[in-house]
Design a protein. Structure first.
Length: 360
């Protein structure tokens, strides 16, 4: 497919050389929400430089929900149902089947409709050809659905039990998904002519009902291991609003587990092996110690953004500010500074990590 021929508004500027970023491509940047009055401009914030390192005009992203899906690509979802896969750096663009092409979309009652898709991830880089799969968590996190180039609709993956999916990632030819209860499921994606095949299910993370908000992420380490990062947020109420009782919250700690795929077991680990991990709002990215030190990033640390969507409601006091750096070895949390206020606050499109350095 000729990407530049799809999004006609970019045809005149769709040249890769003009938009190659100036930072090391392996290091994620924080793509900030667009301002309402801005001229389609989006800022990309460098944590190591503590400043905005790149600005791009992205008219196709204005007013839409944006989800980073690996390899520098972004999935945009409009409340009207339009879905686009675009690369803001190379200017490649592809129009995908609309939301109404999802199973059960007609029964979805939550507004805005752009939240029908919670998360998405690519198996391979679309810049290298059409042999890739885009997997999504959809319908209020109740099921997985995927799309491949040439398909007119999104295809739902059957499941035998009811569950809530929290995160999905691609690892060694399989899509792995983790549920709110700590169950891991995997599907082989080798056969492009059929549904991904169920591979394995694991259950072992204990539930702690005292935690206000938990999120789990599937992360591939720089050495090729599959890990699970469990994020814990605590908070308190101020009693002024029944609609949104949790006014103040903050991430207090993380737990990291190594997944033994052969034995179907978890093992909690106290070090990232020198890696730096970037998580939040769909992202789960690792870079090695050498790459981190070269770029001024702290190793054995988790860089996190605020992905508690209720935080971006006007009533919430935190307003998307639960962002920082967690040191896995000593448990210390350092909050981000210099990117507070409206620059990080958006219910439709929270800040998220984006990197061109992902590997298949």
């Amino acid at each position: 497919m000729a990407f530049r021929g799809v999004c006609t508004s970019w045809r005149a500027v769709a040249t890769k050389d003009k938009f190659v970023p100036s930072w090391p491509p392996i290091v994620p940047l924080l793509m900030l929400p667009g301002h309402e009055n801005a001229n389609h401009e989006r800022e990309f914030y460098s944590i190591s430089q503590r400043s905005t390192s790149l600005r791009l005009s992205l008219p196709e992203a204005k007013g839409k929900r944006c989800i980073g899906v690996r390899f520098g690509w972004v999935l945009t979802i409009a409340n009207s149902g339009e879905i686009t896969l675009l690369n803001p750096f190379s200017r490649e663009c592809m129009i995908l089947p609309r939301l109404k092409r999802f199973p059960k979309y007609k029964g979805y009652r939550t507004d805005p409709f752009c939240f029908f898709i919670k998360q998405a991830v690519l198996s391979h880089n679309p810049s290298n050809g059409s042999d890739f799969t885009l997997m999504t968590i959809a319908y209020g996190s109740r099921f997985l659905a995927f799309w491949r180039p040439g398909n007119p609709e999104w295809t739902r993956i059957p499941r035998s039990t009811r569950c809530t999916f929290r995160h999905v990632n691609y690892y060694k030819g399989k899509f792995y998904a983790i549920t709110a209860q700590g169950a891991i499921m995997a599907w082989n994606d080798d056969d492009q002519s059929s549904l991904p095949k169920f591979a394995v299910g694991i259950f072992s993370i204990a539930d702690e009902s005292s935690w206000i908000h938990k999120q789990v992420y599937l992360v591939k380490s720089s050495s090729g291991e599959l890990r699970v990062v469990l994020r814990v947020e605590d908070g308190h109420e101020d009693g002024s609003d029944d609609y949104l009782p949790i006014k103040y919250y903050y991430t207090t700690r993380f737990k990291v587990y190594h997944l033994d795929i052969v034995q179907h077991e978890w093992k909690e680990i106290s070090s990232l092996g020198g890696d730096a991990v970037f998580i939040g709002s769909n992202a789960a990215i690792s870079i090695s110690m050498a790459e981190a030190e070269l770029s001024g990033i702290q190793s054995n640390c988790i860089y996190f953004t605020d992905d508690f969507l209720e935080a971006c409601e006007p009533e919430a006091r935190m307003r998307g500010k639960d962002m920082g750096i967690y040191n896995v070895e000593d448990g210390n949390v350092e909050r981000f500074h210099g990117i507070e206020g409206d620059s990080v606050t958006s219910l439709i499109c929270p800040s998220f990590w984006i990197s061109q350095g992902d590997k298949d």
